[in-house]
Design a protein around this ligand. Structure first.
Ligand code: NAP
Length: 292
């Protein structure tokens, strides 16, 4: 069994990006700049945004974190988005999701200039992805592709089963794995909570991508020998064995499946760090004007 090491791979990618930033500066170019909007003070969102800001510093990007109170109106938030859209010195804008209930996430996402939508969530960028046109790929699916690519996992002609159909992971993942490219060229089955006989389907998977948010849902009875498993899930559970008092669990029972699979991403240290690396990559692509 080979561990698909997202921590190491993401550090490699960050070093590559940092080298590019140095050469941009050397040739007199402008430093790539990512802006993030955080509404409210949800603990998990705060952690994710801080990790993104820290990653920007690590590669030499500029970053701006705009904190807005929970009580911000949709109009005020949209104004903030517009300001960043119009700022020629900012290459990428992310609005940390989820937003408080009184704010319409789709309306806010649609307000982001697609050229600065480095999360790849804007409908026009999703459409471009579906048509296989150059675009910013959503960071988590893009990170998974990058891991499969760098570990040279053979995907052509394989049966890829995706569990979960969210807009940010499962659905785009299923589209990308079916594309005529590497990684891709899979025969894809997209499953969800209404899927019947899930175990029969997962047992036929050569590549199993699990993104449903239920800790240790997949066990060795549900997979076939030699499967490549990508575990996207992150669930925080209490633990008396860690200093912090909690630990992260994936959607896959790692200990139970590890001797039966060919490749697996650990949690933590698998897909999570890759997501941030790909967000940086998208920001660099934007700064270089490579797509639009
Ligand atoms: P989500 O919006 O939470 O949706 C979960 C999906 O799983 C839905 O499509 C749901 O089906 C499906 N599902 C739920 N129970 C199921 C079951 N028993 N059998 C089959 N399918 C089932 O999904 P998400 O936002 O993609 O998040 C999934 C997990 O990935 C979470 O743990 C999240 O924290 C994690 N995540 C990690 C990263 C990272 O960077 N590592 C990034 C994003 C998300 P229905 O559509 O029918 O409800």
């Amino acid at each position: 069994m080979i561990i698909l090491d997202g921590k190491k791979t993401s550090n490699d990618i960050k070093e590559e990006i940092a080298d590019e930033v140095k050469s941009i500066i050397f040739s007199g170019g402008r430093i790539p700049h990512l802006s993030a909007i955080l509404v409210g003070n949800d603990g998990a969102s705060e952690t994710y945004v801080n990790a993104k800001v820290k990653a920007c510093e690590k590669v030499g990007f500029k970053s701006t974190l705009i904190r807005l109170p929970n009580s911000v109106t949709e109009k005020e938030l949209l104004l903030e988005v517009e300001k960043i859209n119009n700022n020629q010195n900012i290459d990428g804008l992310i609005v940390q999701l989820p937003l408080p209930n009184h704010l319409d996430e789709m309306k806010v996402t649609e307000a982001i200039d697609p050229k600065k939508d480095v999360d790849g969530f804007h409908p026009s960028n999703i459409g471009r992805m579906c048509l296989n046109l150059p675009t910013y790929l959503p960071a988590t699916p893009s990170g998974i592709l990058e891991l499969l690519k760098r570990y040279e996992v053979n995907t052509s002609g394989k049966h890829c089963v995706v569990i979960g159909r969210s807009h940010i992971v499962g659905s785009p993942m299923s589209i990308l794995m079916a594309r005529n490219s590497f990684p891709g060229n899979c025969t894809v089955t997209l499953t969800h909570s209404r899927t019947e006989n899930l175990k029969e389907i997962t047992k036929s998977a050569d590549i199993l991508i699990v993104a449903l948010g239920k800790s240790e849902f997949i066990n060795s009875d549900m997979i076939k020998e030699g499967v490549c498993i990508i575990d996207v899930g992150i669930t925080r559970v209490k633990s008396d064995k860690t200093k912090s008092g909690w630990k992260l669990l994936g959607d896959v029972n790692f200990e139970d499946v590890k001797n039966k699979c060919s490749y697996i991403t650990p949690v933590p240290g698998g897909v999570g760090p890759m997501t941030i690396a790909m967000l940086l990559q998208n920001t660099l692509i934007s700064a270089k004007g490579e797509i639009f």
